[in-house]
Ligand binder design. Structure first.
Ligand code: ARG
Length: 457
């Protein structure tokens, strides 16, 4: 059934009808659509715009429609133009004239702007919950491995000693900011557009504040054109989700590296790994590779939203129907990625000895050796740096490490060296001495985990 019957003499061409329809994407908003309609009908009744008895009838039947869709007793017609049309059509089929009054002082333009907000509000709450769970697992693991020494990298070259706990807490910080970005987006989206009508509000004496209150919004939109014409909230959420996907993708990349025989810092639980159809020895980190891959589609969603909006005159344009597929895909993808990622992290086996061995091999205490010459022997840092560089070259030449290079070799390069250098370059000491705020010493890691956990509540 078409809503605009009066103006038209012909039925829509069937293929054009399919092309125009958004039901395959927006049927997932049926609950939100009905919730919005109940609030609207309640307000219409309270303001005397429709009779109270009709308002009651509409609301009661809408509840039944929601329950029937939920139970499967009513299936959503795939030929309907969109979910708004379907629900209104079903209501009218059930209760007749009262149903025809529901759309008084409302347009699908403000209706859809509302429904998408309600849907995204829920989706974001779910994502925030998942991110909190992820951070909490990171805090647990960071505490457990607060003193597991590993090499920190720059340029993927071994650089300076850190701990595995410190490395994990770096991601906890990133995911905390992702939560903040989602919360900010939800806060800015917290205005009810109902009452904006098609674009120019309405002449009916609506109580917009009542509708907003019934739907749990803190305010109503101030400008009717803006209320129906913008989708910045979709772009903002897709941007926040994209950044979270960047974080998840980088983390995934590291997990992939750590699982390789070249690193072997961790081993994933069998339940979160996959094998090969031909190579019997393989255990692949597919989950993380998929996450890394899926980040691209989320960035695509963001690009689609921005590009879709950038040339549109005010107010509503049908282009905007494309908003839902993109932003829903973005939030769904992040949700799907987090679902296996969290238990995968929780169950990973951490091979501390391998990390410690890797830390012993890449001269990651070279800075500490130079710092020893500065602190204990008073050399200027730049001289100490040069001397240590020569020592590293010497070690590479002889197949030694700074720990195994004999003292007389040290002294040939600089006679200020004494036995104390071996204590200074001990990796555990190097990590323990990194006590400045934000640095990786185990006490800092434990304190950070505690602080971050407190922020989650
Ligand atoms: N299905 C439409 C959408 O998702 C609903 C709004 C339609 N409004 C209109 N004037 N055609 O955007």
């Amino acid at each position: 059934m078409k809503l605009w019957k009066g103006r038209f003499q012909k039925e829509a061409d069937p293929k054009t009808n399919d092309f125009n329809s958004s039901i395959s994407i927006d049927s997932r908003m049926y609950k939100e659509d009905i919730e919005g309609s109940i609030a609207h009908a309640t307000m219409l009744g309270a303001c005397g715009i429709i009779a109270q008895s009709e308002s009651d009838k509409i609301c009661a039947e809408l509840e039944k429609i929601a329950a029937d869709i939920e139970s499967g007793a009513l299936s959503i017609d795939p030929d309907a133009e969109d979910i708004h049309t379907f629900v209104e059509g079903e209501l009218t089929a059930r209760i007749g004239d009262a149903g025809k009054r529901l759309h008084t002082a409302r347009s699908r333009n403000d209706q859809v702007a509302l429904d998408v907000r309600l849907t995204l509000r829920k989706a974001c709450a779910g994502l925030i919950g998942q991110l909190k769970e992820l951070i909490s697992v990171l805090c647990d693991q960071a505490e457990e491995y607060a003193d597991a020494v590993m090499p920190g990298y720059t340029h993927l070259q071994r650089a300076q000693p850190i701990t595995f706990g410190h490395h994990l807490m770096a991601y906890a910080e990133m995911f905390l900011r992702d939560i903040g970005r989602l919360q900010d987006a939800v806060k800015r989206m917290d205005v009810c557009p109902l009452g904006s009508g098609a674009l120019a509000g309405t002449t009916y004496p609506l109580d917009r504040d009542l509708t907003a209150k019934l739907l749990g919004f803190s305010a109503v939109s101030r400008n009717s054109l803006d209320g129906v014409a913008d989708r910045d909230f979709c772009a903002e959420i897709a941007a926040a989700v994209s950044i979270a996907m960047v974080h998840l993708s980088r983390f995934s990349e590291e997990i992939i590296l750590w699982c390789s025989w070249e690193f072997k810092f961790i081993e994933l639980d069998d339940a979160f790994s996959t094998g090969s159809s031909i190579m019997p020895q393989k255990k692949n980190p597919d989950i993380t590779e998929l996450i890394r891959g899926k980040s691209g589609r989320v960035f695509g969603d963001l690009m689609a939203l921005l590009t879709m909006m950038k040339g549109l005159p005010l107010a509503y344009n049908k282009d905007m129907q494309e908003d839902k597929e993109a932003v829903f895909d973005a939030v769904d993808t992040l949700r799907l990625c987090l679902t296996p990622f969290i238990p995968m992290l929780k169950t990973m086996r951490v091979l501390k000895d391998n990390m410690r061995n890797a830390a012993a091999k890449g001269f990651i205490n070279a800075t500490d050796c130079a710092d020893y010459l500065v602190a204990a022997k008073g050399l200027p840092f730049r001289d100490a740096y040069k001397i240590t560089g020569e020592l590293v070259a010497l070690c590479i030449d002889r197949g030694l490490t700074l720990e195994t290079l004999p003292l007389d070799e040290y002294r040939k390069v600089c006679d200020a060296f004494d036995e104390g250098v071996y204590t200074a370059i001990n990796l555990e000491k190097c990590v323990n001495d990194r006590k400045v705020k934000g640095a990786p010493c185990p006490e800092n890691v434990r304190a950070a985990a505690k602080e971050v956990r407190a922020l989650l509540n």
